[in-house]
Design a protein around this ligand. Structure first.
Ligand SMILES: *Cc1c(COP(=O)(O)O)cnc(C)c1O
Length: 384
């Protein structure tokens, strides 16, 4: 088998060897005691990573499946909702509302900017019938993190449901569903949880269960009530191998400690931000987070060529932009099985590529800036 590219993308991510080995075990029969025990064990650990005591539902799907499940289960035909659209994934909430014919009001944010919590308050004042807000924790398409704690204060004051797509952010962006009062947190396996794609999750608060009981939108595979009844024994054939992989990925995360993982990922993002600045690149996001660092492709350079050269010469895969940002931005991921050597090596490789294509900056300045950030910290890598 040819060597694969090293992924520094904001999902899917490099999977630790321990996780890949766990996934390759013999298939367990899913209606047996052993699988039920596995799910209970996974569930207890996943609750620690979600930082919630709420029920977590499992779906064999990519993240979007769980987003769709939230729309189908939490809303009624007559409901009005607020959607924050500041990138590709906010757009997905809007398109899901359209698909289900849900009356929605969009807070349109320029891509790369963060929603101001007051904008949510204003939208709820302007549309007093709106009973739910759909937003992101980390808008992966722009590398932007939103202030969910403040947003939750606003939704809770008004008894409005808050549904947060934390698909890329869960595990690396601080998030406290129970302390802050987030009704539903959506996550998926292939981002910061370091598992191959195919598992999606939703945590469901008591308030969200009340809504689910009243919901009249069509659903079958995604039915929260049916999933709840079968908890630890999902109603349909689960993604058994992925649950085994998740079991081990959660061991790795909890061995390091969630706070340490958050701090280490933030360190990689800080080092990368310092480096790109020193390389004469401009950050794309006004509120950059730890999932990925998005930068503008400098005027006159070809974004596609930069990505392809990184792959060809270094077997490093970083992401470009989506939709209208294609060719305009680069996104360097910081999640998954990544260590300090990978972050520094990638920055060095990026410098060489930029140098080659004629970008003006002092060769080595980016890595040096990143080293100065790293020199201040002791824990640069995970030690599990
Ligand atoms: C990756 C991602 C999604 C979409 O997930 P799929 O697994 O591709 O369906 C949704 N929201 C955010 C914030 C993401 O990063």
């Amino acid at each position: 088998m040819a060597r694969r590219d090293f992924l520094l993308t904001p999902g899917p991510v490099n999977v630790p060897r321990r996780v890949a080995l766990a996934e390759s075990q013999e298939i367990l029969y899913h209606r047996g005691e052993e699988f039920s025990e596995l799910l209970q064990r996974v569930d207890a650990k996943l609750k620690q990573v979600f930082r919630t005591q709420n029920t977590i539902l499992y779906f064999a799907a990519s993240g979007t499946g769980a987003m769709e499940a939230c729309i189908a289960n939490l809303l009624n035909t007559k409901d009005e909702v607020i959607v924050v659209e500041g990138g590709k994934f906010g757009q997905r909430w809007r398109e899901l509302c359209q698909a289900f014919g849900v009356h929605h009001h969009v807070i349109q944010i320029e891509w790369g900017r963060a929603v101001h919590p007051e904008q949510i308050a204003h939208a709820l004042d302007a549309h007093p019938k709106a009973s739910a807000v759909f937003t992101q924790l980390s808008e992966t398409s722009t590398g932007t993190v939103y202030d969910i704690e403040k947003i939750a204060q606003i939704t809770n004051e008004r008894d409005v449901l808050l549904v947060v797509d934390a698909i890329s952010g869960l595990g690396v962006v601080p998030c406290e569903p129970d302390k802050w009062g987030i009704d539903c947190v959506v996550a998926a396996s292939q981002k910061s949880l370091m598992v191959p794609p195919g598992l999606a999750f939703v945590s469901v608060s008591a308030r969200a269960w009340q809504r689910a009981e009243r919901s009249d939108l069509p659903k079958y595979y995604w039915d929260f009530q049916m999933s709840k009844k079968n908890l630890y024994f999902t109603p349909f054939t689960p993604a058994i191998s992925l649950v085994m992989a998740l079991d081990e990925a959660l061991n790795i995360i909890l061995e390091e400690g969630l706070d340490n993982l958050i701090a280490r990922t933030e360190l990689y993002a800080q080092a990368t931000r310092a480096a790109v600045h020193a390389m004469n690149l401009k950050l794309f996001s006004e509120r950059p987070g730890p999932v990925c660092t998005a930068v503008h492709v400098p005027q006159g350079l070809n974004g596609k060529e930069i990505l392809e050269t990184l792959r060809r010469d270094f077997q490093i895969k970083i992401s470009g932009g989506q939709d209208h940002l294609k060719g305009k931005i680069l996104r360097i991921g910081h999640i998954g099985d990544v260590g300090a050597k990978d972050v520094l090596g990638t920055l060095a490789a990026l410098e060489l590529v930029l140098h080659k294509v004629g970008h003006k900056f002092e060769l080595g300045a980016g890595v040096r800036a990143a080293l100065h950030i790293c020199a201040k910290k002791e824990a640069l890598c995970a030690h599990s």
